[in-house]
Design a protein around this ligand. Structure first.
Ligand code: SF4
Length: 288
């Protein structure tokens, strides 16, 4: 007979699941990240069946993109749940309504305006940053400060306008003093980002900086390990590059970012005008 879990733990699960239901996620892999349940399963330790040696299974060959993901270590505790399927009929307005006047994590305390995202809801290209800064918090729009101006130049150098792409962040409220969002904040807010990406269904996702990349790829590895490589994110092409704020501090890295953006342009069928470079805003290739 199955052992009943303690009431306090059951209540914990119940409230956690109802939170995820609130934000529109109803299906979960219960044992997808077993190591993350360690602290919980300690409290309900059940006798384990004796382990038998298993013969090695033949595995189907993986695509190069999937293989790259496969070698990235999963970060313990980045996200407990991953939605299994796209939520039928989901849309950006519905996600925004579900967020509402959000107080789900402590970042709400310091925000002026929640920064949901901006751009084309049917964009082929989505840029994902880390979180709003001071200017974004004041205006309620993503990437409108100095780093945002550089991102706009980069987008224009690709032959696009901001209105052609969609721009959003992992967390929707400004972390105090622009600090890096904490694990619990990312964990609480990132399901909304996953829903945004599913609703937009872009061809390419570009992660700006390590927080966005580590969140979507569920890895602890530094961005330098996979920057500029095509990776798979739930069947979509994902590429991570440096955050524009990093480029403001390290202008020498602009060339690397421009090479990354050229890879994105190739996939989207955009043309490079000779002499273009990230931050120069000189190219006017074909728009999507
Ligand atoms: S960061 Fe996200 S989860 Fe936290 S309060 Fe803002 S919208 Fe809610």
């Amino acid at each position: 007979m199955a052992e009943r879990i303690p009431a306090a733990l059951e209540e914990k699960f119940r409230s956690r699941l109802s939170f995820y239901q609130d934000i529109g996620i109803e299906l979960f892999y219960r044992d997808r990240f077993p190591q993350q349940y360690a602290s919980v399963t300690e409290e309900i330790t059940l006798p384990k069946p004796a382990q038998k040696a298993q013969p090695a299974k033949a595995t189907a060959p993986m695509s190069p993109a999937a293989r790259k993901l496969d070698v990235l270590p999963v970060s313990p505790g980045v996200s407990l749940f991953e939605p299994m399927n796209k939520i039928a009929g989901d849309s950006l307005p519905k996600i925004l309504a579900d967020i509402g006047d959000c107080t789900r994590c402590k970042l709400h305390r310091g925000r002026t305006k929640l920064v949901f995202g901006d751009g084309n809801p049917k964009a082929e290209l989505v840029f994902v940053g880390e979180g709003p800064g001071r200017d974004e918090d004041a205006q309620g729009l993503p990437f409108v400060g100095r780093a945002g101006k550089l991102l706009t130049q980069m987008i224009e150098a690709m032959g696009l306008q901001r209105k052609d792409v969609y721009i959003c962040n992992v967390v929707k409220c400004r972390p105090p003093e622009n600090r890096t969002p904490e694990k619990d904040e990312v964990e609480t807010c990132s399901p909304f980002l996953l829903r945004q990406l599913d609703a937009i269904a872009p061809k390419v996702i570009v992660c700006l900086g390590s927080v966005a990349a580590q969140t979507l790829l569920q890895t602890n590895r530094g961005i330098s390990h996979f920057r500029g490589e095509w990776l798979d994110f739930r069947g979509r092409k994902l590429l991570a590059t440096y955050h524009p704020a990093y480029l403001l501090r390290n202008p020498g890295a602009k060339g690397e970012v421009w090479k990354d953006l050229q890879k994105v342009m190739a996939v989207l069928g955009l043309q490079v005008k000779k002499g273009s470079s990230a931050g120069a805003g000189q190219s006017t290739g074909k728009s999507s």
